[in-house]
Design a protein around this ligand. Structure first.
Ligand SMILES: [Zn+2]
Length: 392
């Protein structure tokens, strides 16, 4: 099994210069490869594959851009693979009937990492990470690294650098079996409502951090393009953003750990589908700006922030569940808040109705009703799987 370890690294000045240089070359390669794919399709109706592009790399290095010889070959291949994944993701979503954005050209502020996909081009010795033709960086090992390192990713976060090691590990002993199951309704006013009536609230500092972010974004929008002050304002926005990402990561790790320790079966809504069906569609005005639709205003939290929050939270839970020998299931979110958890009849309600009332005598909070339905769906799905494959 894979586990990742992330550490801050402190490159020397010379190393940092070359890290930036490498990032720029990788970004250029990414954009050139994207442009090649676009043009081939537009002018010749041909699709270019990852292997086509990988096979061109030696020639590019030998004749057109010799400076690429200074970058580990597998790092460059990984750049092309990233692009390939972006395309696969795009096509998969198209096939699902969604309307994803086409893979984008990457600007200086967006493309912020590169990866060594295997053991070539780097060495980790003592406290130092040595990168061939780049230099060395001191690693702050705030916790010991375990397992065998398989890949290394170097990432810039505003003005700091990080190394993420993906390590192959022995499977840890499973947690003792729990007899409690849980269904989870992800929400706007709280992060989650559990089927046993407990709640996971958004951390309080979240809202404060978001206010700072909004203020700084407004300040940025008032600065003149290309000005020195604009650069400064952009950095402040990036710092506020980084703080939110870190707070969220930390909070979600803790919340996910608690869930996995306590429950044997954990059932979530399948978020991707819920975007299309369950939640209100974002409204746009004639300039393409988003108008409030009532859903996010309620919690006072930015919609995009919630979206990012839900996805990563479920992802984290799923990784931790796999390690601990727990079962995590995602179910179709259709009508989870409309169906009565007591008798199964559909009781239509709009978003503003926060209470579920049914003729069968069922009376409870709307989100709790949904969470109970989600758990029930998960159990049904699990039974269906075990009937189909009795030897598992
Ligand atoms: Zn009922």
């Amino acid at each position: 099994m894979r586990k990742t370890f992330r550490y801050r690294i402190y490159p020397t000045q010379e190393t940092e210069r070359k890290l930036f240089w490498t990032l720029t070359r990788c970004r250029e390669l990414y954009n050139a490869a994207l442009s090649e794919r676009k043009d081939a399709y537009k002018y010749a109706g041909k699709s270019v594959t990852y292997y086509d592009q990988q096979n061109d790399l030696p020639e590019i290095k030998a004749e057109i851009r010799q400076e690429y010889q200074d970058i580990a070959a597998h790092v460059l291949q990984d750049v092309l693979r990233r692009l390939d994944r972006a395309f696969q993701h795009f096509f998969r979503r198209c096939k699902n009937g969604e309307h994803p954005g086409f893979p984008r050209f990457q600007g200086r502020n967006r493309y912020d990492s590169f990866t060594y996909p295997d053991g070539a081009g780097w060495k980790f010795e003592g406290q130092y990470l040595h990168l061939t033709k780049i230099g060395k960086a001191k690693v702050k090992l705030h916790r010991p690294i375990e397992g065998q390192i398989k890949t290394v990713t170097i990432k810039r976060e505003v003005d700091e650098w990080y190394a993420t090691f993906s390590c192959e590990m022995e499977e840890p002993p499973k947690l003792p079996v729990s007899y409690e199951d849980i269904g989870i309704d992800l929400g706007v006013t709280h992060l989650a409502m559990l089927s046993n009536g407990e709640m996971i609230e958004h951390p309080r500092y979240y809202r404060k951090a978001q206010k700072v972010l909004e203020q700084r974004q407004q300040a940025l929008s008032r600065k003149k393009r290309g000005s020195h002050r604009r650069d400064k304002a952009r950095k402040l926005v990036a710092l506020a953003h980084r703080k939110i990402v870190r707070q969220r990561r930390d909070f979600q790790h803790k919340a996910a750990k608690k869930l996995v320790e306590r429950y044997q079966l954990i059932v979530f809504e399948d978020i991707q589908t819920s975007h299309l069906t369950g939640k209100p569609k974002p409204k746009q005005d004639e300039h393409g700006n988003y108008l409030p639709n009532g859903a996010s205003a309620k919690g006072g939290l930015n919609k995009s922030m919630l979206d990012a929050g839900w996805g990563t939270f479920v992802q984290l839970c799923s990784v931790k569940a796999a390690w601990a020998g727990r079962t995590l299931i995602k179910v179709d979110p259709k009508f989870t808040s409309q169906v009565c958890s007591g008798c199964g009849h559909i009781r239509k309600k709009d978003l503003s109705e926060r209470w579920h009332t049914c003729e069968c005598g069922c009376e409870l909070d709307r989100d709790l009703n949904a969470a109970i339905n989600i758990l029930e769906r998960g159990r049904r799905q699990l039974r269906a799987i075990s009937v189909e494959a009795p030897c598992l």
